[in-house]
Design a protein. Structure first.
Length: 532
């Protein structure tokens, strides 16, 4: 039995997937919310949001992500970062997953990744859970209803949280598995209910496919000046650096908050929704994001709530600190209707430096930009993980290593070429600590960060006097509008300058040791940037 709209020539049976129960094709939000509630998958929250728990897994499982080592891709995959799966292992996995699916109901969403039709891919998402179908419909891009009549998928993602892999039989690491097979044009996900695996699987797919077309895939947020898409800015950053917060500027138009491409035509969002962290979400500081948690069909993950009033607790992280809300872009009033922008005029690389060394903003040359892009630095602080007592550096290349199938320099070189071609100005922005390391210093004032970003984006900061940083060689403004001069020189914010010097030397050494892995693959100018 089937329900919903679908290309009659492209049913699951045509893909060799048979013997299922009822197949629900392309149901809209009301039907998916209703199905999730009927199936006992969640609770209807205030305003019609769907409140769900992802069970054991409240985040991604990067160590369980595998790429099938077929002849067509085995020489282009970054195997140090991507676990191999044999073709035989994948075939066994697919066979056993199909057996698991027999007689069960499934929810199919025919979607796409990429707002630019010249570079978009069609992805069929097959889900065991109705709320995963809602999540996918929210986070990916939805074709118009009439376009479903002749929709053909380029890739298929099958997600069965109830299926458990066999590491010996399926050539994987554990009972949880994410397996990408480029020859079969298929991704299999099993053993985890965490919905983020769906969207990041598509992101990883685009990260492999797009560089061959000269398109730079980016783990970044993006916005543009209101009424002026030519004035586009992108914000690279790892978790906790302020990527979503700082790009959500009411004076600018939001293109997207997480995944974008940079083609010869400009910037485009991969997604149709946002996936915001909600821990300590403040209705005064981020009113529109806060409001999405009580809007119809928003998917609220792993948040504690009052069982009687359904009021969400934004401070209770007893389930996870990674509590989230998935909502469509149009729930944000200043979101772009097209999800398109121009070539980035400014590129912001966000870092949270818990060592208190980096300036609040620095201007980078193209070579320095490639260096910091490949480094992908931020830091964990004491208390974030058991056993962490001092700040620990985290280097996640390209600001998103878990999603990068190709070697980092493939993305770094492409970014540098585009910066040079289009004349983008690059900035490194530290949203971490100043006046000392975490525990003794203080967090960089958000007011100062916003003032510096405003000056960078409107061009006024370029007219400031700059000094050369003695540790990393980039240029740092001596003065900036609305920001105390003292804050711009981190050494002066420390009570004991010699303590700053020791900390700076330590951080420089960490950068150097991490970057040694890239030295055989980079040009002399980037090597020069690596040593300041």
């Amino acid at each position: 039995m089937t329900t919903g709209r679908v290309n009659p020539q492209f049913r699951l049976e045509d893909q060799g997937i048979t013997g299922l129960g009822t197949i629900h094709y392309n149901q809209t939000e009301p039907a998916l919310v209703e199905a999730a509630l009927k199936n006992g998958e969640g609770t209807l929250g205030l305003g019609g949001a769907l409140l769900v728990s992802t069970g054991k897994f409240t985040g991604r499982s990067p160590k369980d992500k595998h790429v099938v080592a077929t002849d067509s891709v085995k020489d282009t995959i970054w195997w140090e970062n991507n676990a191999k799966m044999s073709p035989d292992g994948f075939d066994a996995l697919y066979k056993d997953m199909l057996a698991h699916m027999q007689g069960r109901d499934y929810y199919v969403q025919d979607l796409s990744g990429g707002a630019d039709p010249a570079h978009a891919i069609n992805v069929r998402m097959i889900s065991e859970l109705a709320w995963h179908g809602l999540f996918n419909r929210t986070m990916l891009r939805r074709p118009d209803a009439e376009d479903l009549n002749d929709y053909i998928a380029d890739f298929t993602v099958i997600n069965c949280p109830g299926f458990q892999a066999d590491p010996k039989k399926h050539d994987c690491r554990s009972e949880t598995v994410i397996a990408m097979n480029f020859d079969a044009r298929m991704i299999l996900v099993g053993g985890t209910e965490y919905a983020g695996e769906n969207k990041k699987s598509v992101f990883s797919l685009l990260n492999y496919l797009l560089p061959e077309k000269g398109v730079m895939p980016m783990h970044c947020s993006a916005n543009h000046a209101t009424g002026n898409p030519v004035d586009t800015a992108i914000f690279f950053g790892l978790s906790g650096t302020g990527k979503t917060t700082l790009s959500a500027d009411p004076a600018r138009t939001l293109i997207g908050d997480d995944e974008h491409g940079w083609s010869d035509r400009g910037t485009f969002n991969f997604e149709g929704g946002c996936y915001a962290k909600t821990i300590n979400l403040n209705p005064e500081a981020e009113p529109e994001i806060y409001a999405t948690t009580s809007k119809f069909a928003s998917v609220v993950e792993n948040m504690v709530f009052d069982p009687e009033t359904l009021k969400l607790d934004f401070e209770d992280d007893s389930l996870t600190a990674n509590m989230r809300c998935a909502y469509p872009l149009h729930y944000i009033s200043n979101a772009s209707a097209s999800s398109l922008g121009g070539h980035p005029k400014n590129i912001i690389m966000l870092t949270c430096d818990a060592f208190g060394v980096l300036p609040p903003i620095s201007r980078l040359t193209p070579a320095q930009a490639m260096y910091h892009f490949l480094s992908g630095f931020t830091s964990k602080v004491a208390g974030t993980e058991r056993g962490v007592t001092d700040p620990e550096p985290t280097f996640s290349t390209c600001f998103g290593a878990p999603f990068m199938p190709r070697r980092p320099e493939a993305y770094g070189n492409l970014l540098r070429e585009k910066i040079a071609e289009h004349g983008a100005t690059c900035w490194l922005v530290n949203t971490g600590w100043t006046g000392g390391a975490h525990g003794t210093g203080s967090r960089m004032p958000i007011k100062a960060t916003r003032a510096l970003l405003t000056a960078a984006l409107d061009g006024s900061l370029n007219g400031s006097e700059f000094r050369k940083d003695e540790n990393f060689g980039f240029l740092v403004p001596v003065t900036a509008p609305g920001v105390p001069d003292l804050l711009l020189n981190p050494r002066r914010t420390w009570d004991k300058p010699d303590s700053y010097d020791r900390q700076a030397a330590r951080l420089v050494q960490m950068f150097a040791e991490n970057f040694e892995q890239y030295l055989p693959y980079i040009d002399d100018d980037v090597k020069a940037a690596a040593i300041g």
